[in-house]
Design a protein around this ligand. Structure first.
Ligand code: PLP
Length: 443
């Protein structure tokens, strides 16, 4: 039974006999995204309407909030992201977790997630896990790195640093190979680092797209040096899976960790690990956590068709719909093409505003951009954020400690026109703040 045919409740939300979700999404995703029930709510405490006559609403009454806005917010963040109405609609039905259709839905979601790996996919199984992406990263560390064995973390950003923190919290000796945040991981530096470590540091972990900056780490040469050193690679592909190519076929790769709410454009709340079958079998009984034991989670799923603990049924149903839309868009390559177009529209627009990117273009992933604010005394991120939000776009603060930056995502159910409109909103906000183009002083 296909995912689409199991999403009976979704078709009930459509007018009359709805077309298949895939067909509908292909023809037009934007009208679909702004269905009437898809409302967002103003936060009456945010922003000073006097700042922004365009956003002022004299009928604003905080006691009546939340108040539906005319148009939905577009989330230009690392997640949660803007999703299609059909994906959200799939989450509006009660589902029994022990009901056979839900077991079939889980199985098909797992199959589809594994297939996204393309070359090498046949060697992997999918282990879905309740919780956000960090839970799945911790599960991978606790499942694959045996107690008493060491973990090498190669990091060039906050999410890599988080893996090191997870390893330490899990009581694994961590060797932390840190690189500059504005550059991709250097495989030669990793090779040199690994050469000096004892063999009992058996696993290496790295982030594919470092969402804290948007820098892309090229996995194949990293996997090469990890494999040559006789170690296994764990990859945090949270913000890249579903859009960027992953060398799953590489023999050094043991596990790939991702989540429902990023490039797959599902709702947040579900992590998953694509695990090499042999490695997962070998890890049986070695996890030092009950809830995060991926080998047990998968074995139970295979034995019973069920999850071990209460599954996020609505999130799974939404992911099933999101995967239908992913396939309809042309799978990973199709999604990447749209994100590349989004990223180019964003980069052009920001350059037009005179805003400087943090990263060089050759290491910028088409996922999220880190931008320096204008070097102007009137700059104030909170005010900028609220002014842009009043115009319908949610931005994200930067994660750098040494310099002020902010981030603009280009993933989710958005297209290049959305990014261009977001840039126009930023231009208006800068104008209202008295920060002229490029941040230089106005004559
Ligand atoms: C690369 C990467 N790793 C890990 C995480 C953590 O995921 P979560 O916030 O869902 O726990 C994120 C979140 O954006 C991420 O981008």
């Amino acid at each position: 039974m296909s995912i689409a045919s199991q999403l009976g409740p979704v078709s009930r939300t459509g007018p009359g006999s709805a077309p298949s979700p895939a067909a509908h999404e292909l023809t037009s995703h934007r009208p679909d995204r702004v269905a009437t029930w898809s409302t967002v709510y103003d936060d009456p405490g945010w922003g000073d309407p006097a700042d922004d006559p365009a956003g002022e609403d004299p009928a604003d009454d905080p006691s009546q909030s939340p108040r539906p806005r005319a148009a939905p917010l577009i989330l230009l963040t690392p997640g949660p992201l803007t999703t299609s109405d059909r994906t959200r609609a799939a989450a509006t039905f009660d589902l029994g977790s022990w009901d056979a259709p839900f077991a079939a839905l889980t199985a098909e979601v797992c199959d589809r997630l594994t297939a996204i790996l393309e070359r090498g996919a046949q060697d992997y199984v999918c282990v879905p896990l309740q919780g956000s992406g960090t839970f799945a990263v911790e599960a991978a560390v606790r499942t694959f790195v045996p107690l008493g064995s060491g973990l090498v973390v190669v990091s060039n950003g906050a999410y890599g640093d988080r893996i090191a923190a997870i390893g330490r919290a899990a009581g694994r000796p961590v060797a932390h190979c840190r690189g500059a945040w504005d550059e991709p991981v250097d495989p030669a530096a990793v090779a040199a680092y690994l050469a000096d470590l004892p063999a009992w540091y058996g696993h290496v972990a790295v982030v594919h797209c470092e969402t804290s900056t948007g820098v892309l780490n090229r996995l194949e040469p990293i996997a090469d040096v990890v494999g040559q050193s006789g170690r296994e690679l764990l990859v945090d592909a949270m913000s890249s899976f579903g859009a960027l190519d992953l060398p799953a076929w590489h023999p050094a790769l043991t596990a790939i960790v991702a989540a429902s709410g990023k490039c797959l454009e599902g709702l947040p709340g579900l992590g998953f690990v694509l695990a090499r079958q042999g490695a997962l079998r070998a890890a049986t009984g070695q996890c030092d956590s009950l809830a995060l034991d991926l080998a047990d989670q998968r074995a139970y799923l295979e034995r019973t068709g069920q999850w071990r603990f209460t599954p996020p049924v609505q999130v799974v149903a939404a992911l099933a719909q999101a995967l239908v839309e992913h396939a309809a868009e042309g799978g990973r390559a199709g999604r990447l093409a749209r994100y590349q177009a989004n990223s180019a529209a964003l980069a052009d627009g920001l350059a037009g505003l005179g805003l400087r990117p943090y990263l060089a273009p050759d290491c910028q992933a088409p996922i999220i951009h880190t931008v320096y604010p204008p070097p102007h005394p009137n700059w104030d991120f909170d005010r900028f954020y609220h002014l842009v939000r009043q115009r319908g776009f949610v931005l994200y603060p930067g994660k750098l400690t040494e310099a002020e930056t902010f981030r603009v995502g280009c993933i989710g159910r958005v297209d290049p026109d959305d990014l261009r409109r977001a840039v126009a909103a930023m231009a208006e906000a800068l104008h209202l703040m008295g920060c002229p183009n490029g941040g230089g002083r106005e004559d």
